[in-house]
Write a protein that binds this ligand. Structure first.
Ligand code: ZN
Ligand code: ZN
Length: 356
């Protein structure tokens, strides 16, 4: 598994005309070597891969790391890495432009005088965007577990409970039902607060006849899931129902546009065109979706100006929303896997408006 991934990365390094890549982002290190700990660096050259960690992870690294030589550094990982670079006589290396800290870059620059350091953006992320069948199988289970948690938690929603309490119950159910942990801070936003796309749960109490946005995700075997549903306690007014139907229509239109070869921005466009028909285009203030995998937000991004073409095996969210200040908001989010002919929705939770 790691060998194939490292092979594809080496092709990208040849393309970038570098002799190797210094990998500092932990999700990228995990993807390439299997290591799940919190302190590591990796040096991927055209000929070999060296993995660096500290003494706390000696045993864990021997159990997890495959396809790389493991070096347990006595002091700083960067110093150990620079030693390997010098021993190999490498003169042109890339580092992760968006992920390396300034401190790492500065130490490398000072310590590797004879080596040219070149920023490289998104190389490992590009590989990670297209999932293997095994990865898709894990993500499918993560999406299913997330939906199960949602169904269980819905029974615990009632007027008079605070948003924060509902969020806490959801996160409790995640672990209870088998998740590693939440993939992000669970969002429960009710009434006028549902007009805030990234609201934090507060001690506001749920009341009848208001929109409630619930955005939740679990991590299972390292992979994230992500789903949003908008529900109501007690019957909603006409305006809220109209907004709900418009967002659902936009979500279905965007899903229908997903297919290998289509530009990400064209999927986003379908959601916007649909909301425009309902006079809601101004209320959709974020992009239509994002990739999901070892991280909750990863490549590709489905925004207005994203020219990247979707590929079979990409796992993305489709999550248009409408946010009306002072009134409330609706968002509906599923995860889908891109196929040659379209896509498969991985989120099993129904999307008709649920009135609790
Ligand atoms: Zn979400
Ligand atoms: Zn999302």
């Amino acid at each position: 598994m790691n060998g194939e991934r490292l092979g594809r990365l080496r092709d990208l390094l040849v393309e970038a005309r570098v002799e190797g890549l210094i990998v500092s982002a932990l999700p990228n290190i995990r993807y390439l070597t299997g290591f799940t700990g919190s302190n590591a660096l990796a040096l991927v050259t055209r000929d070999d891969t060296v993995f660096f960690t500290d003494g706390r992870y000696k045993v864990q690294a021997s159990l997890e790391v495959r396809g790389a030589k493991v070096i347990v550094a006595k002091a700083s990982l960067v110093r150990a890495l620079m030693g390997s670079v010098k021993r190999r006589g490498l003169r042109r290396l890339a580092f992760e432009r968006r992920r390396a800290s300034f401190e790492l870059y500065d130490t490398l620059r000072r310590g590797l005088k004879g080596c040219r350091l070149q920023p490289l953006a998104g190389a490992v992320e590009k590989l990670r965007a297209v999932k293997s069948a095994a990865e898709i199988a894990i993500i499918r289970r993560a999406a299913e577990l997330n939906s199960k948690v949602f169904e269980t938690s819905l029974r615990e929603i009632r007027p008079g409970r605070a948003e924060a309490e509902v969020a806490a119950r959801i996160e409790y159910n995640m672990r209870k039902l088998g998740a590693e942990k939440p993939a992000f801070e669970t969002i429960v936003a009710s009434g006028a607060r549902s007009a805030l796309p990234h609201a934090r749960p507060t001690h506001k109490l749920l009341t009848e006849k208001e929109l409630i946005i619930i955005d939740q995700g679990v991590i299972l075997d390292g992979y994230s899931s992500d789903m949003t549903r908008t529900v109501a306690v007690g019957d909603l007014g006409r305006r809220a129902k109209r907004v709900y139907q418009a967002v659902l229509e936009a979500q279905l239109a965007a899903i229908a546009a997903v297919r290998a070869g289509v530009k990400a921005r064209d999927v986003d466009r379908q959601a916007r065109i649909t909301l425009e028909k309902h006079g809601l285009e101004e209320t959709f203030v974020h992009s239509t979706g994002h990739g999901v995998g070892l991280e909750i937000h990863e490549a590709p991004r489905l925004g207005r100006s994203e020219k990247v073409r979707l590929e079979a095996g990409m796992v993305i969210t489709i999550e248009p929303g409408a946010y009306l200040g002072g009134f409330g908001g609706v968002r509906i989010e599923d995860m889908v896997v891109v196929t040659e002919r379209g896509c498969e929705v991985l989120t099993p939770t129904p999307k008709d408006l649920r009135v609790l």
